[in-house]
Design a protein around this ligand. Sequence first.
Ligand code: CDT
Length: 301
Amino acid sequence: MREIVIGGAQMGPIQKADSRAAVVARMIALLDRGADGGCDLVVFPELCLTTFFPRWMMEDQAEVDRWFEREMPNGATEPLFARARERGIAISFGYAELTPEGRHFNTSILTDRTGAIVGKYRKVHLPGHAEYDPDRAFQHLEKRYFEPGDLGFRVWRNMDAWMGMCICNDRRWPETYRVMGLQGAELITLGYNTPSVNSQMSDEGPEQRLYHSELSMKAGAYQNSAWVVGVAKAGDEDGHPLLGGSVIVDPNGFVVARAETEADELIVHACDMDACTFGKETIFDFKRHRRIEHYGRICSQ
Ligand code: CDT
């Protein structure tokens, strides 16, 4: 048995005016809750240091760059790393990354139990649009503020397991999970900021959006025989509602823990990485059963 007790640290809303320090204090409180509950790894949401700023149209690049982190850890997040180190807990969280070369990515990192960063992922599937769209009920300008990730879908050996990451919209794409599954991923962690309503379809509400969110993660878990931990930033951010519904999904595609609120909430499950082995050696033994001669279209235009 290779058990990793995982905490999904759903976060309630972060308002535009909230400081990084206030957010990090909330993350530390969740981390402490996880440590007290025996967690080995705590997973936080996408862009979890700030409000979901891509909903705001900004033309001044200096204003945009205020939402980005130039290094990680930095002054604001060091207390989180220090507490994780002190309590011997690995963490994963998402933030907006501005590189020394001036490139902008929607990024997440994974640490080991000593607080050392062992993995970095930059979001590949950027939803939304790049220019102001007057026909939408609200904006989703990820394509304006980020470039597509350049690191691919890697996996890392951490805590005696193969771990990979993706971010939000990536969870809806089967290729995301499969590329990690092909590298033996046993745990895929992700954070999300998903508006509760569709900005382009007024009657698509939270029920359907929660259903699709969960459906995607269950399918990704089952079809790759891997644990999937999906963690929301939820609730009302300056009048813009975001879905909750954080889940831990087992390698058979069953939800074993689910958040009930749209606030800061920790969901916990003891995840046995050996539970991935049966599926990986039988129905989803990729070496024996895949028929790549028929998959060419997936990798062509
Ligand atoms: N953050 C993020 O990727 N959100 C998207 C919203 C898509 S609607 C433009 C998601 O897939 O949940």
